[in-house]
Design a protein around this ligand. Structure first.
Ligand SMILES: *Cc1c(COP(=O)(O)O)cnc(C)c1O
Length: 393
């Protein structure tokens, strides 16, 4: 599928573009993982993964705790390997006070994706999703499900108009609505009063998912509690709050997340499965939650990282070589406005600069050429910015 666009690339780069296209086709609606890509293209030097969304400072923090705990206990690794992890309900009991919920309503998941699947497969038959979105919300629909979509308006920076939205849900006849705030891939955060009003209007639905996986980047953590919307589940019994730990804690490889829902749903799910769905490493990660020093250090690291995010966003805003959308998260959606395709931009960033960004060509609900750039450490952000400038300006 080489088009006129690729004339901007050298013949060598064109070969690599073709290989990358093949890889993307095989990965479906998610980007090939870094490991998959390095395997297929050993000559490419990927210096920065700005495709997957992750707080690199939090990864370092986890790593330092992990190393010091492992060196303090000679049996640490052996236990991880040979022992069963704790059961779901046990981990929920330990975790509930930190999250600020009743343990009975807490479902611990092997990545938030597992919770999303559990909810959609058990408490939903017709899902209304806002597009663009995080694709599992419609991909996990079975042939028995119906899926309808609400198009977010890119001319309005993807803001969610509460009245238009509620009308659309009602008209669709869906029994399930999905609200991601801040949303992936655009980074728009629904203001509290809008969210409250929307939920009050949707009280007749069977299930409303509020996905707050990126909330730590949207608002400041106070000294007692990390930012969260879990309080919504008390007032709105049909609401499930879903939270991934992959992005803010920088631990996507461990697979850790949770969902807050009615205790009767948690019981129903746990009575029929999910006994040891949390592996030992994820259990170790969750144990760090009950340790005040870890939480305090995480808050500090988060504040620093959120500073890097604002710096990056103001830099791209003033540079003007793309249309960068306002974001309340740790990534920025960019529309390419110079006539290049997102595929070419993604490939050139990789080949020339070793910067791997998300090509959004397969995202439903985006009209035009878009990439999503994950925001990283200060020095990596500088490198990403220069790469963007070189390829786009
Ligand atoms: C990444 C993501 C998740 C799921 O992440 P896990 O790695 O499965 O915990 C859920 N929701 C949104 C909006 C995401 O971007």
């Amino acid at each position: 599928m080489l088009d006129l666009q690729t004339q901007r690339a050298t013949p060598e780069e064109r070969d690599l573009i073709a290989t990358l296209e093949q890889l993307s086709l095989r990965s479906g609606s998610h980007s090939p993982s870094l490991a998959t890509m390095l395997e297929a293209l050993p000559d490419i030097d990927v210096k920065i993964d700005a495709c997957y969304l992750s707080n690199p400072l939090a990864t370092d923090l986890f790593w330092s705790y992990f190393n010091s705990d492992a060196s303090a206990d000679p049996r640490f690794f052996m236990r991880l390997l040979e022992a069963y992890p704790s059961q779901n309900r046990i981990i929920a009991e330990r975790l509930a006070p930190t999250i600020g919920v009743d343990p009975g309503g807490l479902f611990i998941a092997n990545g938030a994706t597992e919770a999303i699947q559990a909810i959609l497969h058990n408490y939903s038959s017709h899902v209304h999703v806002n597009v663009p979105t995080f694709s599992p919300y419609y991909e996990f629909a079975t042939p028995k499900h119906e899926v309808t979509m609400f198009q977010l308006d890119q001319d309005e920076d993807f803001i969610l108009d509460p009245e238009r939205y509620v009308r659309s849900v009602n008209k669709s006849g869906a029994d399930t609505a999905i609200l991601i705030t801040p949303n992936n891939p655009d980074g728009y955060q629904i203001p509290d009063d809008h969210l409250e009003w929307i939920l009050s209007q949707l009280s007749g639905l069977r299930t409303v998912i509020v996905d707050e996986s990126f909330i730590h980047f949207a608002r400041a953590a106070d000294s007692h509690r990390l930012p969260t919307l879990v309080g919504l589940t008390e007032k709105h019994p049909n609401v499930t709050v879903v939270k991934s730990m992959s992005k803010d804690f920088g631990i996507a490889g461990i697979r850790a997340g949770y969902a807050i829902m009615s205790p009767s749903r948690v019981n129903e799910l746990l009575d029929h499965g999910y006994l040891w769905n949390i592996n030992g490493l994820a259990e170790y990660f969750f144990s760090l939650f009950s340790r005040q020093p870890f939480l305090d250090e995480y808050r500090t690291v988060l504040r620093t990282y959120n500073g890097y995010i604002s710096d990056f966003i103001s830099r791209t805003a003033s540079a003007g070589f793309t249309r960068g959308f306002p974001t309340s998260s740790n990534f920025q959606l960019m529309q390419i406005t110079n006539g290049m395709t997102s595929e070419l931009v993604t490939t050139l960033l990789l080949l020339r600069h070793g910067v791997y960004v998300r090509n959004c060509a397969d995202k439903i609900g985006l009209d035009g050429e878009f990439i999503r750039v994950a925001i990283r450490t200060e020095s990596e952000n500088g490198h990403i910015f220069q790469a963007l400038e070189d390829v786009l300006a």
